[in-house]
Design a protein around this ligand. Structure first.
Ligand code: PLP
Length: 423
């Protein structure tokens, strides 16, 4: 800390940043990234680069949920796009950056969700941030009702909109209705929520939320980032699986998770998409997705619209992992989705367990801690996919037992017990 009155110099600034990082290290929340290579055709096996050399590990926390990042259909489409055209888009969508592949991909995404139109963004984060900021700002006197578990991209988009915001408890219909009832009937309202919540694996009551939206005259905005490609007969998400996609006004998704690429989108009525396209700074002022990414995404989305094989294998392996955890007494969050969180409360503890798994067992699962989840609800988040065979799952469970996660119920800490009930 500076004590003299002299002007700040470069080393004073560096010392301030160092102090901020030291705080994170003391709390055990300092993030270190595993340096990986994912050789083609070997997913979920990967090469981990360390100071001591390269080791083979198995990735257990990837959001390449269906392994599409390695699928030949996707890789061939990208190779063909590279051979046929340019690497980058060459501009924003408005200034020479709209490629035929962008338009084809938007048409396909609109069809996937049964909407008039879709709009691409360079990330799912940007899609949420931009769309919610535009919708909240363009609707006069708008109020946005936001689930407490919503992703940071939605929270920041809502903040940027300057609209009135009401946060309701996670998946709590009674509280949502209480707020809706208290608002003037003529006031524009948007209910913003997710289908699959990525850190707990919980699924929202979409049908009931749609019913409330109808009763109280609200629009619905649904983030299906952790569901597109994986739920519904064509991979249109949980809303498709439940047959209510037509009751959702704006569906938001990513190309970066189950579709295996990168980029995000919204799908909605023509007028809504046109409004976001016309007023959304995060869309207007950014170079559009490289066409080669659009080519890969188009191949991936189209493949998953027609193939169930990956979805069936993913669900089967998630169910098998849950059954094996149950069998050996490892406490996990009983989610209805493909996401399997194992709570290991304490930032330092979850990091230590994750380090042991990686160093001693070749199992890579990143520790999840604050601010991604509340303090005390730290966890390991497993995302078994089609390529995580029962043999690999058996090996994982053995390793979890070896690092001490299988404990008699009475030994599970009060914090973990509490969190198991509340997530
Ligand atoms: N929405 C949710 C619920 C997410 O979990 C994420 C990212 O993890 C995003 C949006 C952002 O998507 P993207 O990774 O494509 O930027």
């Amino acid at each position: 800390m500076k004590i003299s009155d002299s002007p700040m110099n470069a080393s004073d600034y560096i010392a301030l940043f160092r102090a901020r990082i030291a705080g994170l290290k003391t709390e055990g929340r300092y993030r270190s990234f595993a340096e990986l290579e994912r050789p083609a055709g070997h997913f979920p096996r990967a090469r981990w680069h360390t100071a001591q050399g390269v080791r083979e590990v198995v990735i257990w926390c990837s959001n390449d949920y269906l392994g599409m990042g390695h699928h030949d259909v996707v890789r061939n489409a990208m190779r063909a796009a590279i051979d046929a055209g340019s690497t980058g888009a060459g501009g924003t969508r408005n200034i020479a950056g709209t490629h035929h592949l962008h338009v084809e991909l938007e048409r396909t995404l609109a069809r996937l969700h049964g909407k008039d139109a879709a709009l691409l963004f360079t990330s799912g984060y940007s899609a949420n941030h931009t769309a919610l900021s535009v919708l909240g700002r363009q609707l006069p006197n708008c109020v946005i009702l936001s689930d407490a578990g919503n992703h940071n991209s939605m929270i920041e988009g809502i903040r940027r909109s300057d609209a009135q915001k009401i946060v309701f408890a996670h998946n709590n219909l009674a509280e949502l209705e209480m707020h809706l009832r208290a608002l003037p009937a003529e006031q524009p309202k948007i209910i913003a929520f997710e289908s699959v919540y990525s850190m707990s694996g919980s699924i929202s009551p979409i049908v009931e939320i749609c019913a409330l939206a109808k009763r109280y005259g609200a629009m619905t905005y649904l983030d299906e980032v952790h569901a597109v490609g994986m739920y519904g007969a064509h991979g249109g998400g949980v809303a498709e699986a439940l047959g209510v996609a037509n009751q959702i006004d704006i569906i938001q998704g990513t190309l970066g998770k189950a579709f295996g690429l990168g980029g995000g989108y919204i799908a909605a009525a023509t007028e809504i998409v046109d409004c976001v396209r016309s007023f959304g700074n995060g869309f207007i002022f950014s170079t559009s997705l490289p066409p080669v990414i659009a080519a890969g995404a188009l191949a991936s989305v189209t493949h998953l619209m027609h193939s169930d094989e990956e979805r069936i294998a993913q669900q089967g392996h998630a169910a098998y992992l849950k059954a094996q955890l149950q069998e050996v007494g490892i406490p996990y969050v009983h989610s209805p989705s493909h996401i399997v969180p194992v709570l290991v409360a304490g930032a330092a503890r979850v990091k230590a367990v994750s380090d042991m798994l990686l160093n001693d067992h070749g199992i890579y699962v990143q520790p999840i801690n604050y601010p991604t989840v509340p303090r005390g609800a730290e966890r390991l988040r497993f995302t078994p996919g089609p390529k995580h065979t029962p043999e690999l799952i058996d090996g994982l469970v053995k390793a979890l037992v070896a690092v001490g996660l299988a404990k008699p119920a009475e030994e599970i800490s009060a914090t973990i017990q509490k969190n198991l009930q509340t997530v």
